[in-house]
Ligand binder design. Sequence first.
Ligand code: APR
Ligand code: PHB
Length: 423
Amino acid sequence: MEKYKFYVLTSIPPGTAGGDPVAVARVLIGGDVRSTQVVVIGGGPSGLLLSQLLSRNGVASIVLERQSRAYVQGRIRAGLLEWGTVRLLQEAGVGARMMRDGLLHEGVELAFGEQHHRIDLQALTGRSVLVYGQTEVQRDLAEARAAEPGAVVWEAAEVQLAGWDSKRPTVSYLHEGIRYSIACDFIAGCDGYHGVSRASVPPQHLQQYERAYPFGWLALMADVPPLNDELVYANHERGFALCSMRSSSRSRYYLQCSVQDSVDKWPDERFYRELRARLPRQFAQRLVEGRSLEKSIAPLRSFVVEPMRFGSLFLVGDAAHIVPPTGAKGLNLAAADAGTLAQGLIEFYRTGTRTLIDEYSAHALDRVWKATRFSWWFTSLMHKFSEDAFAHQLQLAELRYLAQSETAARAMAENYVGLAIAA
Ligand code: APR
Ligand code: PHB
């Protein structure tokens, strides 16, 4: 049963803004309704990073996260950071553990049949990537935000947005049975694909683009040394495979599977047998098997919504776009959005200028569509779409071209390490 903290009087005093629950509550309790500059909905990586960047630049925010801190921290996601993301996390003051424990990867292997070719990211672009799990990024950010009491409300249920199309929106939520309201200047919708922020905007204001892929990824985590120092992406006639890692003693492996598949049908032995079958012998023979710590299946999809701003409401990260995991752009895009929005909001509070805020949507979407294109291309190149032998030959021809042409390899490498975050 929902209790309202502020409803202590039965009649509304004269002069109270009619019908606006926050205005009413503010009067009833003598102005004691919480207010802040930015309410951030969602305490995943994009929400916490945004709040942390704002805080370091003197902008106040409150994060409302539906789940518990432990639950959010327990979610296993991708683990590859572009250099721009590394820089942003350092700027946010959460880079120490990442720089100590992250693994610097200067190249990546593309395998096809018995062949494989290393894309030398560092030589081709002057940049590398950092292997560091999203789980760890989440932990570092949550720890940093915990230093500011009240900055994050975990287990904030039934979050509701009001007046997002006005200059003084409010966000209310239920916590331990009491409904609270926060008045603010801006709302950042960092609440993922299934969140309430995008859902609060009437559909006629949204242009949505979507592509579903006819397969999923079956993932396995195990405490065994990775079979290679760098990541191996494999195109095989049995389907795609990826050998990734979290550390020198923890491996993360993926297999393309049917979306109808279930993890019960994939005991560890079957998983490893299939992985071995999809890799060139040189890699397969180095595979060390170990009991799975986690196994899951995720569907693949591309999704973009335009615009990413509606009045005082900004969409950030997965709330506005989803990419298939091939190339691990999801977290990097989410971080880039958070960085871009933070810049705009910081500029606004320092100078009163709205230029960057007004450019946020166009600026973010430019990057989003480039990463959407790359993720779609890399997915299309590496996966089995059908029994179409012609399509498979085209993939193999493109992989050989990537192996032979420095120009083609550089175009791939440039996208893989991440296109620069423009100011
Ligand atoms: N109210 C409050 N919080 C909510 C609500 C809601 N109604 N709905 C969702 N959330 C929370 C979720 O519980 C989650 O913790 O919003 C958070 C969104 O986090 P993510 O889904 O991780 O999205 P984001 O922070 O944008 O990060 C994107 O995470 O999903 C991966 O692959 C994705 O790597 C990418 C990155
Ligand atoms: C991961 O380690 O989870 C990972 C790495 C690279 C990808 C996708 C996922 O392209």
